[in-house]
Design a protein around this ligand. Structure first.
Ligand code: PMV
Length: 363
């Protein structure tokens, strides 16, 4: 029997640039974390299958609007897996390779043992890992950048507005800066049945940029979880709906300036400028939430950040907010022990994870 193919992809957290990065060409900074999702591919004979103990338990979540009920717009991870398989099979067919069946076993180390989601990007990690496993199976020889691009093309069919920053972090590991491509243009080419050569040459990729950043040498990276999983898609929709009442172009400009300063501070090893930029990014997101009428920084996230600030560190909500995680960058003299005690009293869980190492050379 052929040996299984095993691919492991890391989860991610946003450091800065959330929401703005949904607009093509606007920058964000992300890290990949040392918690992983694993896909194991084994060839099979008459049909393919997808197994995942965690994803199998994923419930359908509903909410209320006025008198009605709404289904959570967050998608089931299997949708991403199916979109990734469909696209990879299209590439196989274009390359004239013989079709085979395979079973995929997914093991997500991004959630906790009871299946609780921490918001570490399991949809992105499963999409990247599925593409890379099938790439290895058929021997496509995709570069990491092309694996990211295939994963992004799969993702835009499930979640058209997702920036794909999580895919880039999962594909490359470490600290990265990211600008998203124009997914509307890419989606149009996909819908028109463009070939892979055409898709990869699409002008939709022009605004995209992925670059490695230098990790801060003497700042500690800490993560707190406020215990309420948030729906990214719903929050992004709510901010889009609420952004009409505010000067969104000004937010984009401020966010771009802040993220650019952060990337420069990291590359120059300037810790105090790095901390300043994280604090600015927090203020920008709080202002965005207030103007759009969306609770990006919830009370629990505010408590997490304020405690970190009092301890001498910089902190902010990570990703869409509304719950999930906050990130902290702490200088060596920060009172981390005091901060963690305070978190515990407030039921904020310290996730003991670190930034994963960079993988696969330069993006
Ligand atoms: O909530 P997360 O960690 O999935 O991050 C979402 C970040 C947004 O910028 C709000 C959306 C996106 O697709 O980038």
């Amino acid at each position: 029997m052929t040996a299984p193919i095993v691919v492991r992809s890391p989860g991610k957290l946003f450091i800065a640039g959330e929401y703005a990065v949904v607009t093509p060409g606007e920058p964000a900074v992300l890290v990949a974390v040392d918690r992983y999702l694993t896909v194991r591919l084994t060839p099979s004979a008459h049909s393919g299958s997808i197994h995942s103990p965690e994803f199998g338990r994923t419930p359908l979540v509903w909410g209320r609007t006025g008198d009605g009920l709404t289904i959570d717009t967050e998608h089931h991870p299997y949708e991403y897996v199916l979109a990734a398989i469909t696209l990879a099979e299209r590439l196989r067919s274009e390359r004239g390779l013989t079709a085979h069946y395979y079973d995929l076993h997914i093991d997500s180390g991004l959630d906790d043992a009871s299946g609780r989601k921490f918001g570490l990007g399991s949809s992105a990690a499963v999409t990247i890992a599925t593409i890379r496993a099938i790439d290895e199976f058929y021997g496509f020889g995709l570069s990491r950048r092309d694996a990211y691009r295939l994963a992004l093309l799969a993702t835009v069919q499930v979640a058209p507005q997702a920036s794909g920053g999580d895919l880039a972090a999962s594909a490359f590991g470490g600290w990265i800066s990211y600008r998203s491509p124009d997914r509307r243009v890419l989606r149009q080419s996909l819908d028109e049945g463009a070939s892979f050569a055409e898709l990869l040459a699409s002008p939709g990729w022009e605004p995209m940029d992925i670059a490695r950043l230098t990790p801060p040498a003497s700042l500690r990276f800490l993560v707190g979880w406020t215990g309420r999983p948030a729906s990214t898609a719903r929050l992004v929709d709510a901010v889009r709906d609420g952004s009409g009442a505010m000067d969104y172009p000004a937010f984009l400009l401020d966010s771009r300036a802040c993220v650019t300063d952060l990337a420069r501070a990291l590359d120059e090893g300037d810790d105090s400028a790095t901390l300043d930029a994280v604090r600015r990014a927090r203020r920008l997101l709080r202002r965005l939430g207030r103007s759009a009428g969306v609770a990006i920084e919830t009370d629990a996230l505010a408590a997490l950040c304020d405690t970190a600030e009092s301890a001498g560190a910089a902190a902010k909500s990570s990703g869409a907010g509304g719950g999930d995680c906050g990130i902290v960058l702490a200088p060596e003299d920060a009172d981390i022990a005091g901060m963690l005690r305070d978190w515990e009293e407030r039921d904020i869980r310290h996730l003991t994870l670190s930034v994963s190492s960079a993988e696969g050379g330069a993006p």
